[in-house]
Design a protein around this ligand. Sequence first.
Ligand code: GLN
Length: 499
Amino acid sequence: MEPFLYLHAMKSLESIQNFNGTYPKQLWSLFFTEMWERFCFYGNRGMLIIFMTDILGHKEAQANLQYGAIQAFVYAFTFIGGLFADKILGFQKSLFWGGLLMILGSSILGYDGANYFFIGICFIIVGTGFFKPNISTMVGELYKPGDVRRDAGFSLFYAGINIGALLGGAVCVYVGKTYSWNLAFLLSGIFMAIGLINFLLTRKNLGPIGLVPQTENPQNNKRNQILVYAGTLLSLPLVYMMIKNTAYTDIFMYIIGPLTLVFLFFEFKKLDKNQIKQLIAAMIFIFLSIVFWAFFEQSGGSLSLVARDLLSNDLGIVKIDPNVVNNSANSFFVILLSTAIGGLWIWLKKRNLEPNYYQKFGFAFLFLGLAFFIFYSLRFNLNSEGMASLWLFTLAYLIISIGELFLSPIGLSLMTKLSPKHLWGIMMGMWFLASAYGQYFAGILGAGMASPDENASLATRLDGYTQGYLQLSIYALITGLVVILASRWLKGLMTSKSA
Ligand code: GLN
């Protein structure tokens, strides 16, 4: 019986992977599930800092730190979620469990966010940890090793992420500010539930993808799963303690990164030389992404303060709140450009002109550097009231979004390409752990640019930020050039049929 089931499952996986056309049909179900999850996530994210300052009465500095801690933990837990999915729950169950926790968290905030804020947030942090890396890993499983359509699939999936982010970020903040924060939090929970129902209804099409990993003793499977569920609930008070006190965030960040490296080194023992080389390549991409996100994530921090206080609201044809631009321009441009860039890779590949992955990452940094140079140049483009140009600000977002598309969807795709299948969840978790460090360092960089004098003139504050952006621009350009120059040599690490 067992071998039959196994063969049957394998056949079904093959039929999934032997799809015709550009995209497998299962991609759409993952696309919509992730879209609604991001609606919930970015909806909540957009509300956090405003809710903490306006409703909970936190001072801005404290709210910023707390915001950074929450964001860092959200992404750090994706590593833990990826680990348990790989070893015990499988991707489908992890996703379901994570989604459930996120719905619960949003409902708690919807019920009484003012009194139970951090409790609700804990559920959302842990829930996202189980959800976010594992859905991306399942996208990877839709493709055979070496399938050239993989990157285009991840690009499309990435568009789904950003449609959800755009809708959630805009709708929840609007409903929260205009009607009620409780309703807005509840709304994010409702859309998460829609995403989860969509997944449950369509998951049969995934065949064996994401099922519980087979172990030698299936008796233990159930017990281990129950232990994970119980362990998750027991960890919630610990998470609560850590986000309430941001000093613990530092300790946590010092520990989790090195610990994951130690874990990976142990895994090295079970791998052959070629697999190790590929994992090292993946680690280089992960390291580069930390630097990228640390700059990029100024968006939620220092750039929102610039948008709030120092920008004009004139976009030429319309007048628009600069914070709305700051919160939505990135997702808007990603949606606009993602299929075009996914298609560009296929087009270039057919002509043997496609840049290699290191070159793409290098270009991502060049775009990032250019965008920060434009942020720097805001200081030279002021209107008669001394407010900086919203046009230039938006242009910088267009360019930064192109950079993101050269790195982020490709990074997701690479994690499944460069690691052996039993490590996919963990490597995806590590990819997002890099975002956690990015968020963490972004806060530190942003704090360094802020004027120490809260009552400084607008011009002095703009000078402080834009001077910082010039430095980021230079560092990004240098990183981009170095990566592009070293790309031929680095490419050697990725040698395998699948890379
Ligand atoms: N915007 C993307 C997402 O939400 C990437 C986020 C990240 O990895 N920092 O998935």
